[in-house]
Design a protein around this ligand. Sequence first.
Ligand SMILES: [Ca+2]
Length: 230
Amino acid sequence: MKYFTKLFIVAAFMGLATCQSTDDCPATIPRDTYLKIFGGFCFQFLVSQKRTHTQARQDCQSRGGTLALVKTQEIQTFLYTALSNDFHESYDKIWIGLNDVDKENEFKWEDGAPLTYSNWHEFSGPNSTSYSHALNHNENDCVVIDTESDGKWAEYPCEQQSFLLFFHEAELHPYICQYVASASTAVTGGAGTTVTVMANPCPAFSCDLDCGMSGFQKDQSGCSVCKCAV
Ligand SMILES: [Ca+2]
């Protein structure tokens, strides 16, 4: 009996995954080819505009999202496949919501979650022993998916390249925002059982404050409010 219960739950979630569409994404996000849904999240591929990591993060937060949180191999594969196959702009490195700004070599996702799954390039990440990593890791605190290296992750300065003596070039890259899909979909399974996913309770968010890397405060529901986090 337990086996069939588990089988139903799996079938229900498979059904849920196939039922979701970009209709379930926040209403403020444009419905176009750059908006895709996967695993209960909406991903907005902002591949034709370049920002510093801080600017990119704030742009995603201004719409109630975060930079992409690539916490599983499945999400990594989905994002890299979309970047490789669906978009053909001239870019190579894409900001994601991972950094070690607070403590060197202790990478955290933008929502505060610790790093478990990772996809580091051999020259990047907390365990890299490369010379270039050792030289620059203190100032390379923000992470990109590098499409020129099979989607491996690499560390870059969040704001600018300061290792060049005479040039201070801004570190500008495209980015991917992530939002929770508010599932309006209910899945009905055997024995009349219905699985319903709660809708995203956060209202549309807009804020002109510049909070830097600390980001915005959250209210009791986990929604962003227009105050800087301490
Ligand atoms: Ca670092």
